[in-house]
Design a protein around this ligand. Structure first.
Ligand code: AMP
Length: 306
């Protein structure tokens, strides 16, 4: 299955207890597409400004990501986000968000991107997500992510867009905030009532939980001794997940569980260095070897052989 993603393409300023970067490549669509690129061909859609240069394009194209639908807005500036993490890395504070070229963005997908079988609406303003969804009429598998900013400022638009997708990926705080439900199960049911058949709740270092109409699956995160920068973990998780599903072309329960495991594994690598740095050196062999470790760690009845 071909895979298209729309979302933020950004410069990020990030401070964690272990260091900081004043300006590095980031954005939900960037983290997603780099993660997905280990499994399938991916096309990224979104605008950038004059400050987005060859090095930034190369970070994507070196991993085989198709950048033809990145729109260069002459005279514009790329989306900018600044955040800081507490010692407890699950706690993040957004210090600045500058939409810049996203403020005026009207997505116009090339036929190749619009014809994708699988689509991910990564975190960005929900009306923009829906405009892209409407252009990808043939997509059989559509996922969506969002965040507290859009729940607070564009709730109705977000609910409308959720109504057009198959899978929602959001973190636990966000699903509670959006549905105003006290438990994840009730929150997931409310989300499914809006349209999607599957809800994946990301729980940071505690893993992720998957809800469907008749099923539940939960996976811990791969235990890491060192985490440098959690930025983009959620997008990398979704990229590994949907990238694997798109590569397999299947969505049966066992394939979805494997997809969730691949998502967790790629996310675990993403947080080992700042921004997209770890994705530049990562190999599929490293992913597969950590996948096997996570499989053994989570086996219940029989521990698989090495
Ligand atoms: P995550 O850590 O997976 O939630 O995603 C982090 C990425 O989201 C960063 O690289 C930011 O550039 C991007 N981001 C932050 N705020 C927004 C926003 N309001 N809309 C779209 N992308 C955002």
């Amino acid at each position: 299955m071909s895979l298209t993603v729309v979302g933020s393409i950004a410069f990020d300023a990030v401070k964690t207890p272990f260091g900081e970067r004043e300006r590095m490549l980031g954005g939900s669509a960037v983290h997603f597409s780099l993660a997905a690129s280990f499994f399938t061909d991916v096309r990224v859609v979104g605008p950038v400004g004059d400050d987005f240069g060859e090095a930034e394009y190369a970070a994507l194209t070196d991993r085989g990501v198709n950048t033809e639908d990145i729109e260069h807005v002459a005279g514009g500036r790329t989306f900018f986000w600044k955040g800081e993490y507490e010692w407890n890395l699950n706690v993040r504070h957004t210090l600045d968000t500058q939409l810049n070229v996203f403020g005026e963005f009207e997505p116009k997908l090339s036929p190749a991107s619009a014809g994708a079988d699988a689509l991910f609406l990564a975190n960005i303003q929900p009306d923009l997500q829906r405009q892209v969804r409407e252009q990808c009429a043939d997509a059989q598998l559509v996922g969506l992510d969002s965040m507290n900013l859009w729940i607070e400022t564009a709730r109705d638009a977000l609910v409308r867009t959720i109504g057009t997708v198959d899978m929602v990926f959001m973190n636990d705080e966000e699903v509670r905030q959006l549905t105003e439900q006290p438990t994840l199960l009730r929150a997931a049911r409310d989300l499914m009532d809006m349209g999607p058949s599957t809800v994946v709740v990301k729980q940071g270092e505690y893993g992720a939980a998957l809800f469907t109409g008749d099923g539940f699956f939960s996976l811990p995160a791969y235990p890491l001794e060192t985490v440098i920068d959690p930025t983009g973990a959620g997008d990398a998780f979704a990229g590994g997940f949907l990238g694997y599903l798109a590569a397999e072309g299947l969505t049966d329960a066992a394939t979805v569980r494997r997809a969730m495991t691949y998502g967790s594994v790629v996310a675990s690598f993403n947080v080992e260095q700042f921004g997209t740095e770890r994705m530049q050196t990562l190999t599929r062999e490293e992913i597969d070897s950590r996948y096997d470790e996570l499989r053994r760690m989570t086996a219940i009845d029989e521990i698989p052989a090495v």
